[in-house]
Each structure stands twice: as structure tokens, then as C-alpha cells.
Design a protein around this ligand. Structure first.
Ligand code: PMP
Length: 435
């Protein structure tokens, strides 16, 4: 018996022992094409020579320095790199060890910002239904995924949830994308009024929804309207780019494609590409300033924040993406993947929608394409897809539908940026065999 306390205590998993570019290899020598980067993490693939060397070099020099005593060279350099490329106004970076920690830091920073300004009543959050922002208690409370929340209710943070921007299921027949976006904006406004505009501190959303909906971008103009509404009421906009950020959608930050600048942005997965655990919260100047000029101390922290080796790994990853022009490759491969998915599954009786941006694509599975009826979630189709795909030598990221029928099963694809074109065919062939 394995002594690993695994999340799925009733399942057995193969032991991963190696990797090679976009493939993972298990102890029996089986190779799996990593079409989801684990969970949109491994954007450079496995065993990248430059990153390995950067990690080796940093560990050899200085592995760790506690941030209550020091910063470190890689930490400074990574912060500079990110701020130079971040959406306007984001001027400093708080490093953590993963996505949930980045979201927790953003939430506490938003709260502290208003406390420093003498507005303690601003404590409510608004997020969207069927969203995921992490598994720590604050991040869990923020997310609008009923299945994850329910066992732990009542949750510590009070959050109002509004509809996600999810055109496939949300946009009414005959409604334009613009009108749909307006309807969602009106719903957000109503929720702000319900809670009391002076009590709301932030609105949290993923620019392109990853795990919970399967690579769903917003309709054009939606985020601009959200930004306007937040500004009108003095509410902060937190964009969670833990999954969709760091080049995944074809631009370093997904928000660039929406033409909006957030007050706080969270990043993680693709930042270190899995070579080290790292995440970060990017902070706008007005928030940094309010805290700097107020108490001067952010009431938060973990032992491993700003880990020197993790920062060195992330810096090497991000420099590699830039020097190898991988963002252009993401856009090119992403178009190729979308075309292949449409060609193969466009007429599939159980594929309702194929969507996404860059190398972030989703297929929604339905029992009936005509009326978009999802499969009965009790069938646990997603679990069967995951197992079958692994048997086919493919790693993909399937997610189950909701009991209320608000979402079907879907498969998320988020492969490494270093694929060759033939890998796209391999993904589609193996997915076809799986389905
Ligand atoms: N936010 C989003 C949008 C995510 O997709 C995830 C992870 N799936 C998280 C936060 C939490 O990140 P982590 O698992 O690294 O804590």
C-alpha cells in the first residue's frame, strides 16, 4: 500500500518517473502526451535544459533567504521582468508559492487597502457562479462552485455570486454578444446595489475561465463594462490569471486582450511551469501606496514566499518563452488545434461547443446537441474520460457537469507551448479514440 495521502483515496495512480518535452513517462515506461500541462502548468514541457541549469545554479549559490531579512537577486529580477510586461498600473509583485496563496494575498491586500483608507465597511466580495479561485478557505469562499463550497459552509468570507460570462449557455437565442454582456453588467450592478455599494471591496473573475467551464473567454466588451462599474463604485477589480495567464491564451496576460487593467492580478501555474512551486500577486500602485503610506506593513506572509530557487526557475522559464518567441507559437499552435478539433469533432453528436484562446481550449460534452442538455453528472463521464485517455497515453483535463444542468461535462486542453505540429494530430487522434 502506498503511504501517500492522495486526494482520491480510492484510486491508484501510475508513478511518474520522467519527462521528455511534452511527454511524461511512468515507472513502467509508458509515455503520456501531456495535453493539459497537468493543470495548465507545464508550458515549457518537461526537462527543459535552460531551466534545469538555472535551478541548479541558484541552488548552488543560494537556495533560500527568509523575506523578513532579505530579498534575493532572482526575486528582484523576476519582479522587474513581470512589472515591465504587466498591464498598466501594476507596479509591484508579491511572491507566493502557488495559485491559492496568490488569491489569498490579493483578497487580504484588497481588504487592507480599504482598512488603511479608513473604510472598514468595505468587506464584501463579488465573484461568479461556477468559478474556482483556489482551495484555501478564503479562495474557496470566493469561488462559486457549489460542490466544492457546500461541505465547508458557512465559509468565512461573505461573497455574492453573479453569472459567469458563458455565451454557449448564457447568451439567449437572438441576443447579440453585446446585449448579453450588457445584461451581465446589469446583473453585477444589481448585486452591488443589493449588498450596498459602499460595502463591496472587490470583484473577482478569471478573464478566460479555465477549470470550471473549460476555456471560456468573455464576450467582447464585457470586462470593459465590469471595469467601468467597479470604478463608478470604487470597487477593486481582481483578475485571477492563475490558469489563463503567462502566455497561455497567446498574450502574457489574458487581460491584455480585454483592454482592461486590473487593480490586482494573480498568476501561478505557467509562471514557474512546474519547475518550482511559485505564484504571485501583482499589485497596482495605488494599493501599494496606500499600504506603504499607512501602516507600511502588509499583514500577511508565509515562510516560503519569494523563494530564491523558485524565482530563479520562473525567471528562466519566462526568459525562455520570450527568447524563443513562444507566444507567437502559442497563437499559431492554438489556431491549428482549434481547426483540428473543429474538423474532427464539429459534427460529433456529443460535442456541443469547441472554444478557447491560444493553447487553452475546451470541448463541452452534451447528451443532446440540439438543446444542449448535459449528460447526467451521476454518470461521472469526466472520470471515465480521464481514465480512458490515460489508457490511450493522453493527459487531458476533464471536468464534470453540475447537478443543476448549468454546465455540461467538458475537457480542457492546455498543452505545452513547445509542441510540434504533429503533436496536435496526436492529441486529436487520442482524444477521438477516448471519446
Ligand atoms: N485560481 C485559478 C483560476 C485556478 O485555476 C487555480 C488552480 N486550478 C487556483 C486559483 C488555485 O491554484 P493552486 O492550485 O496553485 O493553489
Amino acid at each position: 500500500m502506498s503511504h501517500v495521502f492522495h486526494r482520491h483515496l480510492k484510486q491508484r495512480y501510475p508513478t511518474a518517473v520522467g519527462g521528455e518535452g511534452p511527454y511524461l513517462i511512468d515507472a513502467e515506461g509508458r509515455r503520456y502526451l501531456d495535453a493539459c500541462g497537468g493543470a495548465a502548468v507545464s508550458c515549457l514541457g518537461h526537462r527543459d535544459g535552460e531551466v534545469i541549469e538555472a535551478v541548479r545554479e541558484q541552488v548552488g549559490r543560494l537556495a533560500y533567504a527568509h523575506t523578513s531579512f532579505f530579498t534575493s537577486e532572482p526575486m528582484e529580477a523576476l519582479a522587474d521582468f513581470l512589472v515591465e510586461r504587466a498591464p498598466e498600473g501594476l507596479s509591484s509583485v508579491y511572491f507566493v508559492s502557488g495559485g491559492s496563496e496568490a488569491v489569498e494575498a490579493a483578497l487580504k491586500m484588497a481588504r487592507q487597502y480599504f482598512l488603511e483608507r479608513g473604510e472598514p465597511e468595505r468587506r464584501h466580495l463579488i465573484a461568479r457562479r461556477q468559478s474556482y479561485h483556489g482551495n484555501t478557505l478564503g479562495a474557496l469562499a470566493t469561488g462559486g462552485n457549489a460542490w466544492r463550497r457546500r461541505p465547508f459552509e458557512p465559509l468565512l468570507v461573505e461573497v455574492g455570486h453573479v453569472s459567469p460570462c458563458y455565451a454557449y449557455r448564457g447568451q439567449a437565442a437572438g441576443e447579440t454578444p453585446e446585449a448579453y454582456g450588457e445584461r451581465l453588467a446589469a446583473e453585477l450592478e444589481d448585486e452591488i446595489q443589493r449588498l450596498g455599494p459602499e460595502t463591496v471591496m472587490a470583484f473577482v473573475a478569471e478573464p478566460v475561465v479555465g477549470a470550471t467551464l473549460g476555456a471560456v473567454p468573455a464576450v467582447p466588451g464585457y470586462f470593459k463594462r465590469v471595469r467601468e462599474i467597479c470604478d463608478r463604485h470604487g470597487i477593486l477589480l481582481i483578475l485571477d490569471e492563475v490558469m489563463c495567464g503567462m502566455g497561455r491564451t497567446g498574450s502574457l496576460f489574458a487581460a491584455e486582450q480585454e483592454g482592461v487593467a486590473p487593480d490586482l492580478t494573480t498568476i501561478a501555474k505557467g509562471l514557474g511551469a512546474g519547475y518550482q512551486p511559485i505564484g504571485a500577486t501583482l499589485v497596482s500602485e495605488r494599493i501599494r501606496e496606500a499600504i506603504a503610506e499607512g501602516s507600511g506593513f502588509f499583514q500577511h506572509g508565509h515562510t516560503y514566499i519569494g523563494h530564491a530557487t523558485a524565482c530563479a526557475a520562473a525567471l528562466a522559464v519566462q526568459r525562455a518563452i520570450e527568447s524563443r518567441d513562444l507566444m507567437a507559437r502559442v497563437r499559431w499552435l492554438g489556431d491549428g488545434l482549434q481547426q483540428r478539433l473543429e474538423a474532427r469533432f464539429g459534427d460529433h453528436p456529443h460535442v456541443g461547443d469547441i472554444r478557447g484562446r491560444g493553447l487553452f481550449r475546451g470541448l463541452e460534452l452534451v447528451a443532446d446537441r440540439g438543446d444542449k442538455t448535459p449528460f447526467d453528472p451521476a454518470r461521472k463521464l469526466h472520470a471515465a474520460i480521464k481514465r480512458t485517455a490515460m489508457d490511450e497515453g493522453l493527459m487531458c483535463y476533464p471536468m464534470g457537469g453540475t447537478l443543476d444542468g448549468q454546465r455540461g461535462d467538458h475537457i480542457l486542453l492546455a498543452p505545452p507551448f513547445i509542441l510540434e505540429e504533429f503533436h496536435l494530430d496526436e492529441i486529436v487522434d487520442k482524444l477521438d479514440a477516448t471519446l
